[in-house]
Design a binder for this molecule. Structure first.
Ligand code: NAP
Length: 252
């Protein structure tokens, strides 16, 4: 619904996971600007989250933060219980929270594999499952943030790539299962986006990625956020089960 101010998501209840920093924070800001009530999930960085909430509350009083580790089912069930109590429903879920930890396959410890898969893939599933239950009555939108390496792989990122490939399979299955009840499920696959997650790349690694990007630069969190808001809006009502690349042309 669009109101007179052009707030295309006025009245919508939106949960963004991993919203304390980076892409998640930009997505939360974009939803607030579009008129939505936004629940910002974070794992541990209280101070960062507090600053984001203070900033967003100046624009919309309906902004809250909920701490939950998305890889922990008890935390996730409690988070959605709190959302139901406070807002009564949820219209949009953005599964953004994720971690990146690189290692060659021969050096990847079982505990590191489990940790990446638990946060990125299981965490996305747990949130999608609880959101779907709340959306069954009136439909909704789910957008999962994956990565170009989920479709194309990358040496040194087997666990991370596998977790993102898993989310792509989850996205397509959920789109088929939930489409009939009015819930669309799509994914966005970013290329290199300037956030804390990639701050450890060496100058050479960064230059190589940019060399493989026809636009010749890294993307910004805002360039992901605008597409996420579009996929959650009425303008995207017939888009379902798609993986949208936002990568400056890196993968095509
Ligand atoms: P980031 O700056 O490292 O931020 C990650 C966010 O996820 C933080 O808010 C963090 O919360 C949260 N988080 C991590 N583990 C969590 C957990 N177990 N439970 C709840 N929240 C958790 O990362 P980013 O670059 O914005 O990445 C966002 C998404 O985009 C990720 O899924 C990532 O894989 C994907 N992506 C990023 C790039 C890129 O180049 N940046 C490229 C492709 C895909 P705390 O602050 O509390 O730790």
């Amino acid at each position: 619904m669009m109101n007179a101010d052009g707030n295309i998501l006025q009245g919508k209840i939106v949960l963004v996971t991993g919203a304390s920093r980076g892409i998640g924070r930009a997505i939360a800001r974009a939803f607030v600007a579009a008129g939505a009530s936004v629940i910002l999930n974070y794992r541990e960085r209280e101070a960062e989250m507090g600053r984001v909430i203070d900033e967003l509350k100046k624009r919309n009083k309906q902004v809250v933060a909920i701490r939950a580790d998305i890889s922990n089912s008890k935390d996730v069930v409690k988070m959605f219980g709190d959302i139901k109590k406070q807002f009564g429903r949820i219209d949009v879920l953005i599964n953004n929270a994720g971690i990146r930890q690189d290692s060659l396959i021969v050096n990847t410890a079982e505990k590191d594999w489990d940790n990446i898969l638990n946060v990125n893939l299981k965490g996305t599933f747990l949130c999608l499952k609880e959101a779907a239950k709340l959306m069954l009555a009136s439909g909704g939108r789910i957008v999962n943030i994956v990565s170009v390496v989920g479709t194309h792989g990358n040496a040194g990122q087997a666990a991370y790539s596998a977790s993102k490939a898993g989310i792509i399979g989850l996205t397509k299955s959920a789109a088929k299962e939930l489409g009939p009840v009015g819930i669309t499920v799509n994914a966005i696959a970013p290329g290199l986006i300037d956030t804390d997650m990639v701050a450890d790349l060496t100058t050479e690694q960064r230059a190589k990625l940019i060399k493989n990007t026809p636009l010749g630069r890294a993307g910004t969190p805002d360039e992901i956020a605008s597409a996420v808001v579009f996929l959650a809006s009425d303008a995207a009502s017939y888009i379902n089960g798609q993986i949208v690349g936002i990568d400056g042309g890196m993968i095509m």
